[in-house]
Design a protein around this ligand. Structure first.
Ligand code: ADP
Ligand code: MG
Length: 567
């Protein structure tokens, strides 16, 4: 293997040559403390920066076994290193030059502690993947700057961020312990018959709609009502008390602006672990809980929405319902059925983002528009059956309709951001003021019909390229010429998840979708491959910008592909 000195000499020799000569750098270089792999060299100074990797032997990096032996701790450690590198790279001096010259970049972590392809810690080595903008003046190689970048700046960053000795050991340990605690808390939910757990003292509100960091001043810390308080135990923080959200049907009620949606959002993101100091690091939710909402305009392919929607105008079938332009109610019905198909065990619903006519049909409306002229069976008449027939719980923010008191097992009222257990009052009110509604939709939820996808309705080819993927941000990805709108898939928190999902769709289509494989089985097969071989199985080359996602979100993306067809 060539050495650092060889690389440095070569870069000096390339000085002044055309940018394309950088291509010769591809390969591995033996540095004093680590190996530098140059995996992909950018074509010009303005193109996506070059992809590189460093591999530091564990004997040099020196991370104690206790930090990486358990998988969830290894993920948290890798997450920490990515954050350290991100911060250090952001603060590092940039060399001059054109385009992306001298830029060092790594995926930007959110508040969630996630498994990312950017970093991996194992018994043998620590590996970090990032990008560098190879320096140029105009389109000529800036060789001296490149040598300084790769042979000085990069090693300095590596020593500062990937060597145990250089890191704040206490802070690192807290990061890893916190993630493990959350993992253990989450694992206790089902034994306590809970969908979610919100620790006392948690800070739920965020700084703003575009800033996921905790609101610092004026945040009212979470305090469980006594009657819903549960105590869970975790290895580092010990006993943790907080509000248990029970399985079954839970309503979150309260006046406008009293914190209902904020609580639900914390529960939505509780499927992930969070960094210490996030305020939600002891808020944990059933791993398979799914936020569902209305999403008019989305396309739907062959979904059996008949449990919610009966015969439509013009005799349109709802057992195999397809449309390029769903209404609010049909989109919300499809979102629920698809989530169940993909394995959801709990639904999270907010009235703010629901279709009113999907959620409720009151006595007066039942009288005016009789059932034979209304195809929709509202959610209120199906929510209990979802639980009794299929074990799927629902947590529902509902400030607008007390009709739901009839079907709720637990009612939590937020008053000035403080939760109260008002289940008994709500039930007394329900007994006193009868809604006089007729129950609709029959005694059972209805059948769930699995779908198989026509593999060739997913076409990742574009022009002469066989695969073209583009993930701009968390809201959209592109498969071939088709854009997929993910703005209603609200539990995606990092663009790297969207990039990984884009790759996973192509992978699923190539290896796991056949004319006879149910969609759920194809998704499960992809997720099993990722569990076994890591995110790298999704791509041809080692990429540093992929982030783990749930099968639920992969299914959600596939379901929103406008070319999708089912058998
Ligand atoms: P609702 O859904 O009940 O109308 P939201 O959850 O949207 O209310 O919250 C309203 C506002 O209050 C938001 O700006 C939110 O950030 C803030 N907020 C929510 N919970 C808290 C809290 N515990 N402490 C302080 N502010 C909060
Ligand atoms: Mg709200």
């Amino acid at each position: 293997m060539a050495t650092q000195e060889v690389l440095s000499d070569q870069l000096h020799r390339l000085d002044g040559q055309g940018y394309g000569a950088y291509k010769s750098l591809k390969g591995a270089y033996d540095f004093e403390n680590f190996t530098l792999h140059i995996d992909h060299v950018q074509g010009d100074p303005f193109a996506a920066p070059s992809r590189v990797r460093v591999v530091v032997p564990q004997a040099v990096a020196g991370f104690p076994k206790s930090l990486w032996e358990l998988p969830c701790r290894a993920i948290a450690l890798a997450d920490y290193l990515t954050r350290e590198f991100y911060r250090a790279a952001e603060g590092s001096q940039r060399t001059s030059g054109s385009g992306k010259s001298g830029l060092i970049g790594i995926v930007r972590p959110s508040q969630a502690v996630l498994n990312r392809s950017a970093a991996r810690v194992a018994a043998e080595a620590v590996e970090l993947r990032f990008t560098v903008g190879l320096p140029a003046f105009g389109r000529r190689i800036a060789g001296r700057q490149a040598a300084a970048l790769l042979c000085d700046s990069v090693p300095a960053l590596v020593i500062r961020t990937l060597f145990y000795e250089a890191l704040d050991a206490a802070k690192l340990e807290r990061h890893v312990d916190t993630a493990e605690d959350a993992e253990v808390l989450r694992s206790q939910l089902s034994a306590h018959n809970l969908v979610a757990f919100v620790a006392d003292g948690a800070i739920l509100p965020r700084r703003s709609g575009v800033d996921e960091r905790p609101l610092t001043n004026q945040a009212v810390p979470f305090k469980s009502p006594d009657s819903l308080r549960a105590t869970l135990t975790c290895p580092h923080a010990g006993d943790v008390t907080g509000m248990g959200v029970p399985q079954g049907i839970t309503l979150i009620v309260g006046g406008g602006y009293h914190g209902k949606s904020t609580l639900l959002r914390a529960i939505e993101t509780g499927v992930y672990n969070h960094v210490p100091g996030d305020g939600r690091h002891q808020v944990v939710t059933d791993r398979l809980a799914v936020k569902v909402r209305a999403e008019d305009g989305r396309s739907i392919a062959g979904v059996d929405i008949s449990p919610f929607i009966g015969s439509l105008p013009q005799g349109k079938s709802t057992q195999k319902f397809s449309t390029p332009n769903a209404s609010g109610s049909t989109s919300q019905a499809a979102n629920i059925i698809e989530a169940i198909e993909a394995g959801a065990t709990a639904l999270l619903v907010d009235e703010d983002t629901s279709a009113t006519n999907f959620m409720i049909r009151d006595r007066r409306m039942q009288a005016l528009i009789t059932k034979d002229r209304e195809p929709i069976t509202p959610f209120i008449d199906k929510v209990q059956q979802l639980y009794t027939d299929y074990g799927i719980s629902t947590v529902l923010v509902m400030g607008g309709s007390g009709d739901y008191f009839d079907v709720a097992d637990t009612v939590i009222a937020l008053d000035e951001f403080v939760p109260q257990n008002v289940t008994e009052q709500a039930q007394a009110i329900a007994a006193e003021y009868r809604t006089e509604r007729d129950r609709e939709g029959g005694p059972t939820f209805g059948t769930l019909t699995p779908r198989t996808i026509q593999p060739d309705s997913i076409d990742p080819s574009k022009g002469r390229h066989s695969v073209k993927l583009r993930a701009r941000d968390v809201d959209q990805l592109q498969i071939g010429t088709e854009a997929i709108d993910l703005s209603a898939v609200e539990q995606l928190v990092e663009s790297g998840q969207v990039r990984a999902i884009a790759a996973a769709i192509v992978y699923a289509q190539r290896y796991h979708m056949t004319a006879t494989t149910p969609l759920a089985a194809a998704i499960a097969a992809v997720m099993a491959d990722i569990t076994q071989s890591g995110l790298d199985c999704l791509t041809e080359w080692p990429m540093g910008d992929l982030v783990c996602f749930r099968g639920l979100e992969l299914a959600a993306a596939i379901n929103r592909l406008r070319t999708l067809q089912t058998h």
